[in-house]
Design a protein around this ligand. Sequence first.
Ligand code: ZN
Ligand code: ZN
Ligand code: ZN
Ligand code: ZN
Ligand code: ZN
Ligand code: ZN
Ligand code: ZN
Ligand code: ZN
Length: 410
Amino acid sequence: MTLKASLFSGLKDKRVPCRTRGCKNTWTFTGEDQLRWMREGKTDPPERMCPECYAKYNELEDREVPCANEACKGTWTWSKAARLAALKRGQTEPPHGVLCKACRERSKVVERLEVPCRVRGCSNTWVWTAEERMAADGGQGTASPPVRMCDECYGRWRDLADRQEPCRVSGCEGTWMWTRGMQLEAGRKGVTSPPRRLCAACGEVLDGLEDKEQPCRVRGCKGTWVWTRLAQVEAKRAGDGGPPHRMCDACYERMKGLEDRQQPCRIKGCKNTWAWTRTMQLEGSLRGRTAAPRRMCDECAAAVTRLVDRDAPCKHEGCGGTWNWTAEMQLSAERAGRGNEPPRRMCAACEKFLEEVRPVSLACSSCGKEILWTTQGQLMARLGKWVRPSLCADCRKAMSPADVEGQGQS
Ligand SMILES: [Zn+2]
Ligand SMILES: [Zn+2]
Ligand SMILES: [Zn+2]
Ligand SMILES: [Zn+2]
Ligand SMILES: [Zn+2]
Ligand SMILES: [Zn+2]
Ligand SMILES: [Zn+2]
Ligand SMILES: [Zn+2]
């Protein structure tokens, strides 16, 4: 065995990683190659490409790419090796923002710029590098910086995910997207829960609507309240679609100062009460009434419907007239324990007669003294019960009872 052979036998083929960045392949460093390599005094393995990369590399050519500075006509060289590495990352187009050599040199005198973070509520900055500024306007300072987040915000933004949030309209199943950007801004303001928003469908309905003035639900009030677009959308979702019955602000304020008040039943003899509600009080006050109305309790209101008005005879003997004994009067009598016999009362005709006539002054037919003919006496005379008096009380007394029959008292 020669020396050479023995040396060969000591070196095994080695798999060495491909030099192309991002390539996971290897190439074979043969024993023979290793030996030659050692003879040249080198220790580290050479930087080589895997066969695949090498084949690709040979297909590629250096490419001249226009300078990122739009005002510059220069180019920079996108080398085969760089192109290959880019290909390994799946990129077929040259990177953005690369300057030509001349511009790169000049960018060394352009100052970098600190730009406020785009996230509202964040006071951090991010650095607009000299190279980027050169690319934007050739270092003239004419271009405004791009809208960008600071590193901190970007880090947070990356960890966030867009979220579907429920529509704020009750009864709606729809959702809206709370984007990462919105979450980030909310977080900067210390807000962790999503805002109350409409889903797209509800938003569309809302857009087609207008706030509407609605009359106050309190009878007699001329005030109005605003039925908002949002409330209208909610009403539509709830199914009925009509405006609710609501008070105007003024009524609401007045109502707050009121309380329901128990009032006595208007039926005499009844001990029950009825509730004079705040709404009733408010409605009354709008009509200028401050006192509670006279009302029946629920029980009496029900009982009175079972009774009917009755004609009751006039209390005056000989009068065929009647008066109306109302259901309510009957109920009152019942409640007071007076049974169902009508009280003694005169008819309307008798009442009217008494109101219209005046006492009349007459002269005694015997002594000539003045006699007063009362209104009651006149009524009794009209009913045929008494006669018009002709004697004064003294003369009457002096006569025999038989002579004064039918004269009545005066
Ligand atoms: Zn490779
Ligand atoms: Zn350039
Ligand atoms: Zn920020
Ligand atoms: Zn909705
Ligand atoms: Zn009102
Ligand atoms: Zn009652
Ligand atoms: Zn009568
Ligand atoms: Zn007389």
